[in-house]
Design a protein around this ligand. Structure first.
Ligand code: FAD
Length: 649
């Protein structure tokens, strides 16, 4: 455990996360506009279609990659042995797969985000562990922050090496610091001559960390005084792992994606040349957050690959397995699952392509779209894996090798189910994604009227804020009630027109609901995570509906056989509308207060009697590390849940 452990108070964490938010964008975000009740179909329709030349380039690479996966990558052995064999890694390096996102001028394949996503989806559909090797390296590993923030010298020095297969990773998390990275304890101090930085600390769960040649490491650097106040600093470093003092401490073993190389790493007086600072001193947290903004586009793609695999297996099994005189797919309870799997896979694909298309074009604010795609797709993929498990039932729970021994088709549902679980936990847990999205949704209001409710603002700031609020809110609020009911955009099939009108109406209701909640709850809204989460979930479904409708109408969906895309978009929209209705009802009618009260009592151990009659898995420890004697109380921690640092990744 780190000796340098520091705990920031929630205000400090929030301030650092706030200061690291990206705020300048050329183009507006469709999702951000939805939260203000402004439905801007021109931002999502026509669907950002992939350029045919770009698609052809992707097709050629995917054909090579697909053949390699089929012939050389045995996902069952990889999962069982918990290792990706060297010859597989070598083969992937040789075809350029570790340089997919690295521009051609630096020796990479220079694939667009969309083609990169397609490649990740393909690999993930076959072997999620292998997909994570690739994505930890180039979605968040050294190539990505160097591309975004590196100097030309850094690009020339590192990118060709990374494209040739020098594996890399991203080291942010620490034993004491997960969702709140601003509180990190790893430090870097300048050497006396200022030519180097000296790193000390530990990083946990660093994917590829046990094999990487290069890591991007976030560390706390000496604080600075800005306008009379001390500002904590986090800086990003490119670290060569053959540096003296770098230690690979332990490999971590997991439920799924078992063959990833992930572990605890340690820095003891590791010297890093000053020219390896990325993006300038003090910009480390911003670099981490912005790397994750685009990095998290990979998870939806991987989710799509897994969901497609689940759909295919479930379709085949539901057609061939006969129980009670009919294929199980004809029984309504199973049929409903199949329908949901198909329409939601289509929606995941549309949202993932939409967000990645925006990223490929550049200039647009994709933070919300990427966060929504990550949140929606990781949760939906998990639900789809769960549905596939239920449809395969006993065989879903059985491992591939065991099925094969009996001569049955070794469908990999058990493995996919385990592998899919990680996606709601990494690159921002679902809870943190909801907070992050809620923070961005509230941003226009905080800009207009934040000073009015901020106890730290001066009277001058408050009066300025009051003026801007009085100018803005009356007209804006009226528009949420009396907006025009315009026709659906041209090209939207008539079957989907009603859904477009629903999105327009629901976005106004969403904006009103959020505004009313701000007035009703005041500054405490930040802590009402369940309430905010309902608005976020409505936003997620409205965005997914919009992307899905647009894709069915104009995107690649439009070119696919018959009316299928329109049928699936219609089904998805019906499901989403039901969820949205439930979420809006939940704003007023919920168990939030009761949840808080019971949870507080759980933390106070008032229901200890409910936990009796078990073999205690891990006896609690006292402060000095010895087990608590029976009847003795464990030292109580602070029962209050961490305050919402909505800017954290
Ligand atoms: C397989 C794997 C690979 C990983 N790869 C990497 C990597 O390459 N690089 C890297 O830096 N990290 C990596 N991680 C770390 C991963 O990003 C963290 O696990 C994640 O950030 C969550 O941190 P935590 O597990 O410490 O959970 P915690 O932050 O301790 O959170 C525990 C729970 O509390 C919730 N929670 C926390 N704060 C709040 C809040 N304010 N409001 C509401 N809920 C809250 C969380 O959502 C979660 O449910 C990896 C982890 C795993 C398991």
């Amino acid at each position: 455990m780190s000796e340098n452990r520091t705990h920031l108070d929630p205000d400090e964490s929030r301030e650092m996360a706030e200061a690291s938010r990206q705020t300048e964008w050329a183009a507006p975000s469709f999702a951000a506009e939805l939260f203000m009740g402004r439905f801007r179909p021109e931002l999502v329709h026509p669907f950002p279609e992939q350029d045919p030349a770009d698609r052809a380039e992707g097709d050629a690479f995917l054909a090579e990659l697909g053949a390699f996966l089929r012939e050389r990558v045995d996902p069952v052995a990889i999962d069982r042995d918990e290792e990706v064999p060297d010859d597989v890694l070598r083969g992937l390096i040789d075809m350029g797969a570790f340089g997919m996102k690295i521009p051609r001028e630096y020796g990479g394949l220079g694939l667009s985000q969309l083609n990169y996503n397609r490649a990740v989806a393909l690999v993930a559909s076959h072997c999620a562990s292998t997909a994570v090797w690739l994505s930890a390296h180039q979605s968040i590993g050294v190539p990505q922050p160097i591309r975004l923030f590196g100097t030309e010298e850094q690009k020339k020095k590192f990118l060709p090496r990374l494209a040739r297969g020098a594996i890399s990773g991203f080291a942010l998390t620490e034993p004491e610091v997960g969702s709140d990275p601003a509180a990190m304890a790893t430090t870097a101090v300048p050497s006396e001559d200022g030519r180097e930085w000296i790193l000390n600390g530990e990083k946990l769960w660093c994917t590829n960390g046990l094999v990487a040649e290069l890591l991007v490491v976030m560390a706390r650097t000496p604080s600075k005084v800005v306008r009379g106040r001390e500002r904590k600093q986090v800086t990003a470093f490119i670290v060569e792992t053959d540096s003296p003092g770098f230690e690979r401490v332990d490999r971590c073993l997991f439920l799924g994606i078992r063959a990833i190389s992930n572990g605890l790493i340690r820095f003891r007086d590791v010297r890093v040349p000053a020219e390896n600072v990325l993006g300038g001193e003090g910009r480390g947290l911003k670099i981490a957050l912005e790397t994750l903004n685009t990095g998290r586009l990979t998870l939806p793609a991987a989710g799509v690959g897994m969901a497609r695999q689940c759909l295919q297996i479930s379709r085949r099994w539901a057609g061939e397995r006969v129980q009670w005189g009919a294929p199980i797919g004809k029984h309504e309870a199973v049929a409903a699952k199949l329908a949901r799997m198909a329409s939601h896979t289509f929606a995941m694909q549309a949202l993932s392509d939409y967000a990645s298309g925006l990223a490929s074009r550049g200039g647009a604010d994709i933070r919300l779209e990427a966060a929504f795609a990550k949140l929606f797709s990781s949760e939906t993929a998990l639900r789809i894996a769960e549905d596939a498990m239920q449809i395969r039932a006993g065989r879903g729970y059985e491992r591939e090798e065991s099925l094969a021994r009996r001569g049955e088709t070794p469908y990999p549902i058990e493995r996919i189910y385990r592998d899919a679980r990680i996606n709601t936990l990494v690159e921002g847990t679902s809870e943190i994604m909801r907070l992050f999205i809620a923070r961005e949704a509230l941003d226009p209001h905080l800009k207009k009227a934040g000073a009015l409710v901020n106890p730290r603002s001066s009277w001058k700031e408050k009066s300025r804020s009051l003026g801007s609020a009085l100018r803005f809110y009356p007209g804006w609020y009226a528009s949420l009630w009396f907006g025009l009911q315009e026709a659906a955009p041209a090209g939207v099939p008539s079957e989907l027109g009603g859904h477009v009108r629903f999105v327009r109406r629901a976005s106004r209701r969403l904006a009103r609901g959020l505004f009313h909640a701000m007035i009703r709850v005041g500054p405490a809204l930040e802590r009402r995570q369940k309430l905010l989460g309902r608005f976020v979930d409505v936003g997620a479904d409205l965005l997914a509906m919009s992307a899905t409708i647009s894709n069915a109408a104009t995107g690649r969906g439009g070119g696919i056989a018959g009316n299928g895309p329109v049928e699936l978009a219609d089904h998805f929209c019906r499901c989403a509308r039901q969820r949205i209705g439930d979420a809006f009802r939940g704003v007023r009618h919920n168990t939030d207060r009761a949840d808080r009260a019971v949870a507080r009592r759980v933390l106070e151990d008032r229901y200890g009697w409910l936990e009796e009659g078990i073999v205690v898995a891990c006896p609690e420890e006292t402060g000095d590390g010895s087990p608590v004697a029976e009847g003795e109380e464990a030292a109580a921690g602070d029962p209050v849940a961490g305050a919402g640092t909505a800017g954290a990744p």
